[in-house]
Design a protein around this ligand. Structure first.
Ligand code: HEC
Length: 301
């Protein structure tokens, strides 16, 4: 019987290990990422299968137990002995955990209090309960030392404070990377070939159909000037270009885009326009305006 049981135990352990490794694989790389529905469905399905497996296992061991007991009884009878059934490991374990006085011996712990036929027993607390209680006492002592006497680990509110401080520095770092939209004006703008900003500017250029007057490649057409050459009607460089796009040249047919789009969009599309210099449009319009030379080398044009 013992061999049979340990065989089952082995099978059970290996199966639960398998289930664990499967669960690990299906976990997403980042713990904070929200799980998809299919993830929960899979996990629930695995859990149901696992529970069913346990139920089948328990039932099977019980049936086997019963059969073995019957066999032992038959053997004992054949040998002319009286059969005394052995306690199962589970029964032994619960007996140890509860340490309850058997029903037949309850008379020994009667307290003599009788209320309308309901009698009181002097049962002690079960050992499992007492052990948990002792563990909480030990845990309390550890907690006191670690959190309050030695300050080895931060308390809840300290953890909260550090997390808030961390979030604040992260926020400041992020804000320092780009000037706030409100602070965006031509006096502080500096051009840099920032791929992200230029990429966004390209989208703004397409979305607002700047190409209808400047050509889709910026080469200019019968309405608007060429944006790819170093000649500018209203000055080159990021400060002038930003200003022209934001306030427009309404009397000449260039709309004031600062009213139609966000100030960051104006900045982005201005960066994109500057990035066009030196590109080769299909039908470049002849240069208009003056050749623009940058005062500083850092600034393009
Ligand atoms: C309705 C036509 C039209 C549209 C749409 C248009 N523009 Fe213009 N744009 C013009 C005209 C016309 C001029 C020239 C104004 C002048 O002659 O003073 C101009 C001038 C400019 C200039 C200055 C060029 C220089 O030589 O100084 C820039 C930069 C510019 N546009 C960018 C843009 C951007 C970016 C968009 C899209 C957000 C856009 N334009 C949309 C008509 C247009």
């Amino acid at each position: 019987m013992k061999k049979l049981f340990s065989a089952f135990l082995l099978a059970f352990i290996s199966l639960s290990c398998l289930a664990q490794s499967a669960a690990k694989e299906s976990l997403p790389a980042t713990p904070s990422a929200s799980h998809s529905l299919s993830y929960y469905v899979t996990i629930s399905f695995a859990a149901v299968v696992f529970i069913l497996f346990i139920v089948v296992l328990i039932t099977l061991t019980r049936v086997l137990n019963l059969l073995m007991r019957q066999l032992e009884k038959q053997r004992a009878e054949a040998a002319g002995k009286t059969y005394v059934p052995q306690l199962s490991w589970w029964a032994k374990l619960t007996q140890q955990l509860n340490d309850a006085v058997p029903v037949e011996q309850e008379g020994t712990i009667e307290m003599g209090h009788d209320y309308d036929g309901i009698r009181e027993l002097d049962n002690h607390l079960p050992p499992w309960w007492k052990w948990f209680f002792y563990i909480t006492i030990v845990w309390g002592a550890i907690y006191l030392v670690v959190y309050h006497l030695t300050d080895s680990l931060p308390l809840m509110h300290q953890e909260y404070d550090t997390e808030v401080a961390q979030a604040k520095t992260a926020q400041q770092k992020l804000a320092a990377l780009q000037p706030a939209a409100a602070a965006l004006d031509e006096s502080t703008l500096v051009y840099s070939p920032d791929a992200i900003i230029i990429g966004r500017g390209k989208e703004v250029f397409a979305k607002n159909a700047c190409g209808s007057c400047h050509g889709n490649d910026g080469g200019g057409n019968s309405i608007g000037p060429n944006l790819t050459d170093p000649y500018w009607l209203h000055g080159g460089g990021i400060k002038n270009v930003f200003h022209t796009i934001k306030d427009g040249v309404v009397e000449k047919g260039m709309p004031a885009w600062g009213k139609a789009m966000s100030i960051t969009d104006v900045r982005d599309v201005a960066f994109f326009v500057l990035s066009l210099e030196g590109t080769k449009p299909a039908n470049p319009k002849a240069p208009q305006g003056e050749l623009y030379k940058s005062e500083t080398k850092a600034e393009k044009k």
